[in-house]
Design a protein around this ligand. Structure first.
Ligand code: UT7
Length: 331
């Protein structure tokens, strides 16, 4: 009997309506469209407006789109993982609320946090549950309301991030399709370069932390950039080498959307031309846990059964890695 692999069998996504253009950012901080475009590739990003709407709102919308497209009864889902760096609340799992709201009453649900690598790591987790035979339907959602932790007076971070969500259903496959190999790493040396200082157990919220703007994300962009370029390119190259994939064998690179220059460095290292590189950073910016599933959703109609996809991501922690997956369906 052939080995059971874990395939992605449906995707869905959601981005909020409000479009924050580079022009709007010019009115908030000392920046300009030309700098943002040439340094990052970003033209606009989506922002979730409205009182009382958190990351769960984005995640629910993405999941509902997937359920509708697949005509899937939510009661069939056994596990929901919400990959996010911006949960609705620190303690109550966002995933539990999402599961209830979409009617997944037979599922258990939890959050997974690895900054911008959350979805990549989540793919490994979701696939393991499927490969082991323990569950048959695992819904992985990558969702972040980055605008909730962005300082819109800090020009080095506010130009980069946006809000969004994407969802992917993992199911068993007996044709050898789905997740083939993974190379995942982390290094705690990175935690001082990209972080939110306060609100965790290390530095609980206080009047002082609010006054010092420590509930916003801080990034040493230059240092993160260097680590990201090296590690995303290295891990993607390693996955290719270890699976004997030449640039001709790779149909798509699915790279975390942090900076177009990092994506270009990764695809150059892999020897891929631009037509094989998924990119939507110009429209959404860096949506942290949502970048990879948003790409899958945007490119779904171009994907063919058997296509070789190489995912690569890098994020705070540091966390990073690459996954090789064979696409399982024609849409
Ligand atoms: O997703 C998680 C991982 N995150 C990443 O991968 C992000 C990695 N880092 C980056 O993408 C880039 O470092 C940034 C886009 C954040 C910054 O680009 P950079 O080319 O590294 O710029 P820099 O920080 O070296 O700054 C260059 C100059 C500085 O001015 P001086 O000191 O040369 O006079 C900055 O003050 O650009 C200035 N600057 C800006 N100017 C206009 C920084 N931000 C801006 C801005 N508009 N928004």
């Amino acid at each position: 009997m052939s080995k059971t692999t874990a395939a992605i069998t449906a995707v869905g996504s959601y981005v909020p309506d409000f479009v924050m253009t580079n022009k709007i950012l010019e009115t908030l901080v000392d920046t300009n469209d030309e700098w943002i475009t040439t340094r990052t590739g970003i033209k606009e990003r989506r922002i979730l407006k409205g009182e009382g709407l958190g990351t769960s709102y984005l995640a629910i919308k993405a999941a509902e789109q997937l359920l509708e497209k697949r005509k899937l009864d939510p009661k069939e889902i056994e596990l929901i993982i919400v990959a996010t760096a911006t949960p609705d609340m620190m303690v109550a799992a966002t995933a539990a609320y999402v599961a209830s709201e979409i009617g997944a009453t037979n599922a258990f649900a939890y959050d997974l946090q690895a900054a911008c690598s959350s979805f990549l790591y989540g793919m490994s987790t979701a696939a393991s549950y499927i490969e082991s035979g323990r569950y048959k339907k695992v819904l992985l959602i990558g969702a972040d309301k980055m605008s909730s932790i962005i300082d819109y007076t800090d020009r080095t971070t506010c130009i980069i991030f946006g809000d969004g969500a994407g969802a992917a259903l993992f199911e068993p496959n007996n044709e050898g399709l789905g997740l083939q190999d993974e190379y995942l790493r982390s290094d705690g040396v990175g935690r001082n370069f990209l972080k939110m200082d306060a609100g965790g157990s290390l530095l609980p919220a206080s009047e002082e932390t609010v006054k010092n703007r420590q509930h916003f994300i801080y990034q040493d962009g230059k240092s993160v950039f260097k680590f990201a370029v090296t590690n995303m390119a290295d891990s993607a190259a390693k996955i290719m080498e270890r699976n004997n994939l030449s640039h001709n064998d790779v149909n798509w690179l699915v790279p975390h959307q942090a900076n177009k220059r990092i994506i270009d460095a990764t695809s150059n290292r892999m020897g891929l031309d631009d037509s094989k590189v998924m990119m939507n950073i110009q429209r959404y910016g860096n949506t942290t846990s949502a970048t990879l599933p948003l790409l899958l959703s945007d490119y779904e109609s171009q994907l063919r059964k058997g296509d070789n996809l190489v995912f690569a991501a890098f994020g705070g922690g540091f966390t990073w890695g690459s996954i090789y997956l064979k696409w399982a369906y024609n849409s």
